[in-house]
Design a protein around this ligand. Structure first.
Ligand SMILES: Cc1cc2nc3c(=O)[nH]c(=O)nc-3n(C[C@H](O)[C@H](O)[C@H](O)COP(=O)(O)OP(=O)(O)OC[C@H]3O[C@@H](n4cnc5c(N)ncnc54)[C@H](O)[C@@H]3O)c2cc1C
Length: 507
């Protein structure tokens, strides 16, 4: 990958993208498609792209489409299921698929080997109340064509054929149930990100610089931004001036947003959550599982710690992972510093941070307990999903970091959020992305929202509208309302991405 010639003391760009994760890659590709003459500089503190949350081993690789994630369909007080979030996430994932298919079809990216693969997405529950919930969820979701083809079963023989590892050796005194959606996917977001940067690096006007830590951001009197960076090895400082800055620094976005001094960023804080997986080292076991099986979060645990037993495809190899086991840390990045959290405390966010901390003591306690789990306790948790699991077949691996958003609540205290949040300056010259859920799967929709906020006039222009429609054929229309359009775009993206388009067909 061409990485620029090293930064001069002072350089100029139209756009600076901070961080070489999937968000910056997506925004960079979209901007270059919309306006090919843009000069874009990418600044990344590590030596390669996608080495933090976007790397395949650091996230779960689930193409989040709300097929299996039970936390996207909460039960309302009246006992009915709220499907609004699930519908919006399913639609967002279809938008990502279209953009990826466009990039491949137009030969803008070479298909990274199997970066996306079909794998059934399943939800699995036990106990009367959970079975009842799953049944209602299935009935509610399948009213919408986005979830057409989702199967439901309480039949043990059927479940055994779908998920033998989950069923064998299970005490069947309790009721069990599962849903299965064959249109689910596993995505190697790291491979996709690196591929997009590879392409960006070949484009006229794009400079990628690795090993440069962004330290400061200052808006100049002419409204342009001066981005101060330091080379991590030589310790030499440089400045890049730009009209627009995107802080796509993942967990590192919050400190940079606070440093930018934009009023919109004041009061934001972050709550870091670490993660670990158990990775299966026994190929015979790996071969016996062919699904992503999501369970229900235990009471009091955060939504991102919903356990799942996942078939993955990483670097051409099939893998089996269980987790994540969430944990508490003060680092904002996997390759970050233990001072990240304390250094992010500012006068304007101290109150929201402390108040969110106090309100969420049970969560903090839960995370600390998770970190303290012994290897045997971790295997015990795995046995809830794979009763015959043997500890010696599994190895602990460290996953990526998430920094959950803390923002000022209506009464001045702090509120902990589990979604993503775009924070943009009023003049649209700077935007940051905070939070990490549903994450990489919805990167394209997130970046469209960002473009709407920061480039409103250009987004309304005929040229950009036309290009957007070319990149995302469903742009401006509702896939949740238009079944025929969904059928068309699903069939096109399935063909280009090499995915299954019809229900039931063994992977
Ligand atoms: C355990 C876990 C499981 C997940 N599972 C899924 C999943 O199944 N499906 C899904 O869609 N999403 C999932 N996600 C979320 C997804 O991984 C993230 O939303 C996505 O990768 C974020 O991309 P990003 O580009 O914002 O950040 P990152 O990929 O973290 O990239 C940010 C980059 O910015 C760089 N950086 C930071 N600070 C600076 C600085 N000061 N100067 C220069 N560079 C800097 C970092 O080094 C990094 O390379 C998961 C996340 C985690 C942690």
């Amino acid at each position: 990958m061409k990485t620029g010639q090293g930064l001069p003391d002072v350089s100029e760009a139209d756009v600076v993208l901070i961080g070489a994760g999937i968000m910056s890659a997506t925004l960079g590709m979209m901007l270059k498609e919309l306006q090919p003459d843009l000069r874009i500089t990418v600044l990344e503190r590590l030596d390669e792209a996608a080495a933090e949350s976007s790397d395949a081993w650091n996230n779960a690789g689930t193409g989040h489409a709300a097929f299996c994630e039970l936390n996207y369909t909460p039960e309302k007080a009246d006992g009915t299921i709220d499907t609004s979030k699930a519908v919006s996430i399913a639609e967002s994932f279809e938008i990502s698929r279209q953009f990826w298919a466009y990039l491949i079809q137009e030969d803008h990216i070479k298909i990274p080997e199997n970066f996306i693969r079909s794998i059934p997405h399943m939800s699995f529950v036990w106990g009367d109340a959970n079975v009842e919930f799953l049944k209602k969820r299935h009935a509610a979701l399948t009213k919408c064509h986005l979830f057409e083809g989702m199967e439901y079963s309480e039949d043990c023989e059927q479940l055994k054929s779908w998920i033998p590892l989950v069923m064998e050796g299970r005490d069947l005194l309790e009721k069990v149930a599962a849903t299965r959606m064959d249109l689910g996917t596993d995505v190697n977001f790291g491979a996709l990100t690196r591929c997009m940067f590879e392409q960006l690096s070949k484009m006229e006007g794009v400079q990628l610089h690795f090993g440069y830590d962004v330290r400061r951001l200052k808006q100049r009197p002419d409204n342009r931004w001066s981005v101060r960076v330091r080379h991590r090895e030589t310790r030499v400082n440089h400045k890049v001036r730009a009209n627009f800055v995107f802080i796509g620094a993942g967990g590192g976005a919050l400190p940079l947003l606070l440093k930018s001094g934009i009023p919109e960023g004041k009061g934001f804080g972050g709550f870091p959550v670490s993660g670990q997986w158990l990775k299966c080292t026994n190929p015979d076991v790996v071969e016996q599982h062919q699904a992503k099986v999501y369970g229900k979060a235990s009471v009091g645990s955060p939504p991102m710690s919903v356990p799942h037993l996942d078939t993955r495809f990483i670097n051409g190899k099939r893998e089996l992972l269980f987790g994540p086991y969430a944990g508490f840390t003060t680092k904002f990045l996997k390759n970050g510093s233990f001072f990240d959290l304390p250094l992010s405390l500012k006068v304007n966010n101290l109150h929201p941070m402390l108040s969110a901390g106090v309100k969420n003591m049970p969560l903090t306690q839960y995370l600390i307990n998770q970190v303290r789990q012994s290897p045997d306790e971790r295997v015990e948790a795995l046995r809830q999903y794979y009763p015959e699991a043997r500890g010696e077949d599994w190895k602990l691996e460290v996953a990526g970091q998430r920094v959950q958003v803390i923002k000022k609540g209506p009464k001045g205290g702090g509120v902990l959020e589990f979604g993503t949040e775009i924070v943009a300056g009023a003049d649209g010259s700077l935007a940051a992305l905070l939070g990490a859920s549903p994450g990489a799967s919805t990167a394209v929709s997130i970046m469209i929202s960002l473009l709407d906020r920061c480039f409103p006039e250009k987004m309304q222009s005929e040229a950009w509208q036309k290009k957007l429609k070319e990149m995302i054929p469903s742009y401006g229309e509702s896939l949740a309302k238009d079944a025929e359009l969904l059928r068309k775009v699903r069939s096109w993206t399935s063909e280009v991405l090499g995915l299954q388009n019809t229900v039931r067909n063994e992977v």
